[in-house]
Design a protein around this ligand. Sequence first.
Ligand SMILES: NC(=O)c1ccc[n+]([C@@H]2O[C@H](COP(=O)([O-])OP(=O)(O)OC[C@H]3O[C@@H](n4cnc5c(N)ncnc54)[C@H](O)[C@@H]3O)[C@@H](O)[C@H]2O)c1
Length: 348
Amino acid sequence: MLSRTFPRVIAKRVVTPAAATTIRPFSKVEGRKNAEVVSAETVPVITYADGARAEHMIPPQEPAVVKPPGADVQKHAVALDPSILSRLTPTMKKFTLTDKVAVITGGGRGLGYNMAQGLAEVGVKGIAIMDVGADYGAQAAEQLTRETGVDVRFYQVDVRDGAAISGAVKDISAHYGHIDVLINSAGIADSNIPAENYPAEKFRRLIDINVNGSFLVAQAVGREMIQQRRPGSIIFIASMSGSIVNYPQEQSCYNASKAGVIQLTKSLAAEWAKYGIRVNAISPGYMDTALNRVPALDAQKKIWIEATPQKRLGAVDDLNNLAVYLASDASSYMTGTNAIIDGGYTLY
Ligand SMILES: NC(=O)c1ccc[n+]([C@@H]2O[C@H](COP(=O)([O-])OP(=O)(O)OC[C@H]3O[C@@H](n4cnc5c(N)ncnc54)[C@H](O)[C@@H]3O)[C@@H](O)[C@H]2O)c1
């Protein structure tokens, strides 16, 4: 504890640009105050911890540039230094994914890629990205491997294609030895289509990707986990749209698809608990990803932000820590939940 005491006048005041002027009558200071910058050389801090008064000084700092919350996008993942693992407390250790292998659908970009970065930063052994986007999927795997040293593979698979999924899951299991985590992030959105004019084919396609596709991948990975007789964690990226109706855009199909994903989550959680497989959903609110970066949505985006208590869209890495938590043993008694991350949007 600091025992040093300071004189009663504890901070020397510096007045610029007229600092050279010693003492001026108040009227002169008053007249010029808007032209002057007043700053302390040190900032006194007085504390009363343990019942004893102590004083110390801290240096003043130039104010940092304030960015709007959510403006920081995590572009680079940071490799985990394995030497820290032996120094973690039991609680922190549970948040790590050492020796675990994860499959991430839609991991080529957006929320899926950011969650892949999050997993790579907590010690995952391998990640298989399953995505239909050939160019950015391959680039994502290359970048994540280079930045973190994690063995990341890319499988160009459409989640509607059951046979391609089965082949990929077999290959992933053969390569890494096992699969412990699945994050189902692949999905598409339609919005601003009134129900009375919704083309049937478009409706079927969205349901096929968001619901059937999520099921087919969960089924293939679930089968593998059951055969391996290892516990596993499956995470569906649903949406708050599965629990509320968005405003002002009309998007009945997307909302129905995500309600289906939430109910699928709960059903699989109940069925597969006996195999040690946990199944949970993350339901994001409006996130700042490519899905929403379309000029046609600009006006509506203002309405969404206004209706969100935190007054911002979610950042692309805002799901990462919950994904790590749900993937890891830190959440070992949690299954069948639907966790909403929406800046408070669904409160109103
Ligand atoms: N962005 C949001 O505001 C928001 C909000 C709530 C929920 N979500 C959900 O989060 C998930 C990820 O969304 P995002 O914002 O990162 O979108 P995104 O478009 O940036 O990423 C989606 C990824 O899924 C892949 N994909 C699409 N169809 C596929 C298919 N048939 N087979 C394989 N891969 C396919 C795409 O190639 C892409 O890489 C989606 O399920 C979405 O519905 C997003």
